[in-house]
Design a protein around this ligand. Structure first.
Ligand SMILES: Nc1ncnc2c1ncn2[C@@H]1O[C@H](COP(=O)(O)OP(=O)(O)OP(=O)(O)O)[C@@H](O)[C@H]1O
Length: 227
């Protein structure tokens, strides 16, 4: 019996260009990428090669792309804005270079909130948040606000928030790019361990070849294509 490949993300001939000053900048020129369920993929490429542009497209954060993006079987171009919001909320998790935590809420609340938005109830949402934060070594920081946390701790909270709704795919854009090298290593290691434990697939843009080697596969953006 042949197993059918059921990727969590599949892009085919993905293109994206920007108009600027009367000129067209062709950033993505036909990106073909398939990520299996649970697979962790490093996205490498020089500055300006389009890593963020690719993550924004597959994160359904903006339109304007050509080609096909399928997320968990749904064709992005066929989704209206409400359906895109549901896919983002229920299927995707996001980690950025800067944590974007809500400053007036505690670490725990920052991880509880997306769950409540998705329809979870307390105390189950609190338990899930506490368990994720504890797995990231923040069990003693649950009631701290972001400003009371170190940079590495803030990024760990952002990781816990991204995983809170058990997404099928986490998209991360330079998730440790704002941290010093030693902290970046530790936080990325914990991020990968937790993603593996949860069985979540991930696409992680980074400049760091050494960190990329810790992932299941490396893809490189070069002149608008993946190598
Ligand atoms: N909204 C926009 N309007 C015009 N050009 C844009 C826009 N967004 C991105 N670009 C251009 O697209 C190219 C790719 O940018 P992008 O941020 O995706 O690269 P990157 O690989 O993530 O870079 P870095 O590693 O420096 O973060 C750049 O030349 C950038 O100037």
């Amino acid at each position: 019996m042949t197993e059918t490949f059921d990727p969590v993300l599949q892009t085919t001939g993905l293109t994206r260009s920007f108009e600027q000053g009367g000129q067209t900048i062709q950033v993505l020129r036909g990106v073909d990428l398939a990520i299996a369920r649970g697979e962790i993929v490093a996205l490498l490429g020089p500055s300006g090669s389009g890593k963020s542009t690719l993550l924004q497209a597959v994160g359904l954060l903006e339109g304007g792309f050509g080609g096909s993006i399928r997320i968990a079987g749904a064709e992005a171009a066929q989704l209206d804005s409400h359906a895109r919001t549901i896919v983002r909320r229920d299927t995707l998790g996001f980690v950025y270079q800067f944590h974007h935590l809500l400053p007036d809420f505690t670490a725990l609340e920052n991880v509880v909130l997306p769950q409540l938005v998705a329809g979870a109830e307390r105390p189950a949402a609190d338990d899930r948040a506490a368990s994720l934060l504890t797995a990231l070594g923040l069990g003693h920081r649950l009631t701290h606000r972001p400003s009371q946390l170190s940079g590495g701790e803030q990024q760990r909270v952002a990781v816990a928030r991204a995983l809170a709704n058990q997404p099928a795919l986490v998209l991360a854009d330079e998730p440790t790019g704002n941290l010093d090298e030693a902290t970046a290593d530790v936080v990325l290691g914990e991020f990968l361990r937790l993603v593996r434990h949860e069985g979540t697939a991930a696409l992680i843009a980074t400049h760091n070849e050494r960190l990329a080697e810790k992932m299941d596969r490396v893809v490189r953006l070069h002149e608008g294509h993946l190598e």
